[in-house]
Design a protein around this ligand. Sequence first.
Ligand code: PMP
Length: 459
Amino acid sequence: MNKSVQPNDLSAVIEADRAHLWHHLLQHKTLETKDPKIIVEGKGMRVWDQTGKEHLDAVSGGVWTVNVGYGRERIADAVREQLVKMNYFAQSAGSIPGSQFAEMLLAKMPGMSRVYYVNSGSEANEKAFKMVRQIAHKRYGGKKHKILYRERDYHGSTIACISAGGQPERNLQYGPYTPGFVEVPHCLEYRAQWDCENYGERAADAIEEVILREGPDTVGALCLEPVTAGGGVIVPPAGYWERVQEICAKYDILLHIDEVVCGMGRTGTWFGYQHYGIKPDFVTMAKGVASGYAAIACLVTTEKVFDLFKSDAEDPLDYFRDISTFGGCTAGPAAAIENMKILEEENLLANTEAMGARMMGNLHALMEKHAVIGDVRGKGLFCGAELVADRATKAPAAEKMVQAVVADCMAQGVIIGATNRSFTGFNNTLCFSPALIATPDDIDQITDAVDGALGRVFG
Ligand code: PMP
């Protein structure tokens, strides 16, 4: 239902937006002919914009974040209570919610042992990169310093993170990059790079080839998303992860799993890596940790990694000499505790699995109807539909057509996403990642909107 808004108040907000804001990921020229979109209110799966229009949010705040949905008073209450008691102290000291959330979190991550609090996914990944580099210095005379990342994966926006970023469309014009990051091939079978039977194993073997080319004694870590998000919703094929794990063990390479998107239930398990029996050395997480109610991200390590930084030596350089000022904000863990309780009490992992299956079923049905859908991929409530101009050649659908589908859905009151604008043929995947509270009706409303949009845009 549309809400009534106070146009007088909001026109001042729009004016201030136009005059002062620099929006993320936006070509500001586009605002010369239209108003910026301002999201004024949210409840459950739905948000209302400045015109009072209601939208069903199929992308959890645009970027896979608001896992438990909008308007959760109990999270706001817990944060308020914590803030008036103790809002901040640097994390060289601890905090009550910091310890409590770490304990709750690690209970969901057997084999993992230590939590390092920061503010963003990029920062969590940077901290892991720094640890890998320091381990290389402490144990291997600086040699095992290279960090492998995968084509199409994304690990954040800082210079080191884009140096570890496999989406050239995000990186171009920001060089020179940080040295010591090396790319390995992607594993998307739909756009196969090898003609073979066991594609998962073959794609993992390609990682080993890079390790051998670079020299195993120079490679310290491998950083991967369990399911690639913005790079095209890429679910690794069977056999991939088992082989990756073997390769890391064989060459003594630390495995860093980037759960910034997949973490906190998005794929139907607490963490994406848990589908595959992976034993990581580092896990980074951000978006769903507090569903956007507070800025919190975590780097989680094993005790083995932690122990490498503990010593009796007199050497003043022998510990992890790093800080994140706002890693000491208690609003983050206070919100994260309630967020996790909601996921458990409302059984949202099971809901994610069930609603994810429904979404995949609906998308497969759309694929029967619309030849423009070349492939459908997903895990839990993290789904994508790749649009192609021609199913036989798999030539990607034109970017402006993909954007027209997104705009058509928006006009229908359903916010969907599309993977990044790319010149490599991966910009053409529609993304669906609704909050984990989605109902069957919500899922059907999303796919019905896509059905209508595809019919209108592609005729
Ligand atoms: N890793 C992945 C997989 C991501 O998708 C993102 C953000 N989209 C990041 C890291 C970076 O997170 P942040 O924007 O919080 O720095």
